[in-house]
Design a protein around this ligand. Structure first.
Ligand code: SF4
Length: 74
């Protein structure tokens, strides 16, 4: 599925006040909670893992801090 297809279904666009690029990992919980209810979480996480430059919360994971842990579950 091309990235643009799943991104159009991302729940994050309905939460403009939630910070998906927090300075600290501990502040990522609000974004994670949105991701946990998102129908394209799996596609989003795979997309983020494929790019070494990913920063922020994607698919419920905070990058780059949780990149290694996310890869172990692929
Ligand atoms: S998983 Fe999270 S960051 Fe990815 S599209 Fe869904 S809400 Fe947005």
């Amino acid at each position: 599925m091309p990235a643009s297809d799943w991104q159009a279904d991302g729940l994050c666009k309905e939460y403009p006040d939630v910070d998906f690029f927090p300075e600290r990992v501990k502040d990522a919980q609000p974004a994670r909670e949105v991701c946990d209810r998102c129908l394209v979480q799996k596609e989003c996480k795979a997309f983020a893992l494929a790019d070494a430059a990913t920063r922020g919360v994607w698919g419920g994971f905070s990058f780059p801090e949780e990149r290694d842990a996310a890869r172990e579950t692929q």
